[in-house]
Write a protein that binds this ligand. Structure first.
Ligand SMILES: [Fe+2]
Length: 367
C-alpha cells in the first residue's frame, strides 16, 4: 500500500499524540537530583512533577484532558461553576492551549498521586487507571512496600473512588495534616479557591440551589500543599484566589518557591489571580521565588507574564520585595536552589557540539 492509502485518522493520532511522546518521561527518569536540591517539571495547568535526591517522585494535579473540542449546542451546562458564578449560559470557549508533555501511560515509577481539588483540570482518570493497572508501589516510613497512595481533599478522594480507585489506596487530607514519603513531607494547608465553593455536585436543572446558603466547608473541597524537600519548601496553591490568609501561611512556614494560579479573567469572572494578586501572594507568603502557572492552559484565560514583570519592577524597591518572579514554560525543568537566581526559562536549544564533527558543506564562506 502507498503512504496515502495506508494513513488513517487513527494512525495520525497514534503517531502524533501525546505531542511530546515519552521525551519528558525519559528526562525525569534519567534525572539525577543532587543532594540538597529538588527538581520540578511543569506539566501544564497546575500539574507538577517533583523529584528528590532520595528518589521520591510525586505528582500534584497531573491532568491529561482537554477542553472544548466542538461547538456542540453552544450552551454551558446549567450548574457549571462558571454558570453558577456569573449567570452566563453561553458555552465557555476554553480550548486547551498547550501540548501534552507527559505520557501518563508511560510513567514507570511514582511515589504518590496528589490533587489540590476535584475540578476537571486537576485530576486524571487516565493517570489513575495507569497507576492502578500497573501496580506501581512505593515504601512506607518503615521501608515496607505499599501501593502508591492517592492523596487529596475529601471531594478528590470521592472522585478517585468513583473512578474505581480502591478506598484503601486513598488518603483524605485536611489543612494541618502531614504525610511523610521517603525524603519529603507533604503538609496540607487551607485553600482559597472560591470557585470551588460555587461548584455543585450535579449540573442540569436539578442542580443544587446555592442562593442564601452558607458555603460548605472548603476543607472538603480543596487544599493547598507545602511540600518540604531536601532542596527547599515548595508551596502549591492549587487554584486558590488571593487571600489575606496567605500571610498566615507565610508566618507559619518557611517558603522557598510558591506557585500561584494566574490568568486573564474574562469580564464577569473572578477565577484566577491577577498579576497584582501574584505579587501580593508572594509578598505575603515571604517566599523567595514566585512562579505563575495555569495561565498557559485555557485559551480564554491566557495571560501575559510580562504584566507581572512590569508590576514587579514598579513595586519592588518601594515595597522592598524579598522575592522575584520566575517565568517558566510547560515541559520545563526547574531545580531549586540551583536555579534560584534565574528569572526566565528557555527550553534546551541544542547544538552545543557544533563544529566538533566534520561538516558537509561546499565551502566555508557559505556559513
Ligand atoms: Fe483549574
Amino acid at each position: 500500500m502507498s503512504k496515502v492509502e495506508e494513513i488513517t485518522r487513527e494512525s495520525w493520532i497514534m503517531s502524533t499524540f501525546p505531542e511530546w511522546g515519552t521525551w519528558l518521561n525519559e528526562e525525569i527518569e534519567h534525572e539525577t537530583v543532587e543532594p540538597g536540591t529538588v527538581a520540578m517539571w511543569w506539566l501544564g495547568c497546575t500539574g507538577m512533577w517533583f523529584k528528590t535526591p532520595g528518589g521520591c517522585n510525586i505528582t500534584v494535579d497531573l491532568w491529561c484532558g482537554n477542553g472544548k473540542r466542538s461547538h456542540g449546542n453552544g450552551k454551558m451546562a446549567e450548574g457549571h461553576q462558571m454558570a453558577n458564578m456569573c449567570g452566563a449560559r453561553k458555552m465557555q470557549p476554553n480550548l486547551r492551549a498547550v501540548p501534552f508533555v507527559l505520557d501518563p501511560f508511560a510513567v514507570k515509577h511514582v511515589d504518590a498521586v496528589l490533587a489540590t481539588h476535584y475540578h476537571q483540570d486537576h485530576m486524571s482518570p487516565e493517570y489513575a487507571a495507569h497507576v492502578i493497572q500497573s501496580n506501581i508501589t512505593t515504601v512506607d516510613e518503615n521501608g515496607k512496600e505499599i501501593p502508591v497512595p492517592f492523596i487529596g481533599p475529601k471531594k478528590s478522594v470521592e472522585l478517585w473512588q468513583k473512578w474505581g480507585v480502591p478506598a484503601d489506596r486513598c488518603i483524605t487530607v485536611v489543612p494541618g495534616d502531614s504525610i511523610r514519603i521517603k525524603d519529603i513531607e507533604i503538609v496540607a494547608l487551607d485553600s482559597f479557591d472560591r470557585t470551588c465553593l460555587v461548584t455543585t455536585d450535579s449540573t442540569g436543572p436539578d442542580r443544587e440551589e446555592l442562593m442564601g446558603k452558607c458555603p460548605m466547608d472548603m476543607d472538603e473541597k480543596a487544599v493547598n500543599y507545602l511540600i518540604k524537600t531536601p532542596g527547599g519548601n515548595i508551596y502549591h496553591s492549587g487554584d486558590s484566589h488571593y487571600s489575606i490568609y496567605f500571610a498566615k501561611h507565610g508566618k507559619d512556614y518557611d517558603i522557598d518557591v510558591a506557585f500561584g494560579s494566574y490568568g486573564e479573567n474574562p469580564v464577569g469572572m473572578a477565577d484566577k489571580m491577577t498579576s497584582c494578586d501574584i505579587l501580593r501572594m508572594a509578598e505575603a507568603l515571604r517566599c523567595k521565588v514566585v512562579i505563575p502557572i495555569h495561565y498557559d492552559v485555557w485559551t480564554n484565560f491566557m495571560a501575559d507574564v510580562n504584566e507581572i514583570r512590569v508590576l514587579y519592577h514598579m513595586k519592588k524597591d518601594r515595597l522592598a520585595y524579598k522575592f522575584h518572579p520566575f517565568f517558566w514554560e510547560v515541559g520545563g525543568k526547574y531545580v531549586y536552589p540551583r536555579d534560584k537566581d534565574k528569572l526566565a526559562y528557555h527550553h534546551e536549544r541544542g547544538f552545543e557540539d557544533c563544529f566538533e564533527a566534520p561538516q558537509n558543506i561546499p565551502f566555508r564562506s557559505l556559513l
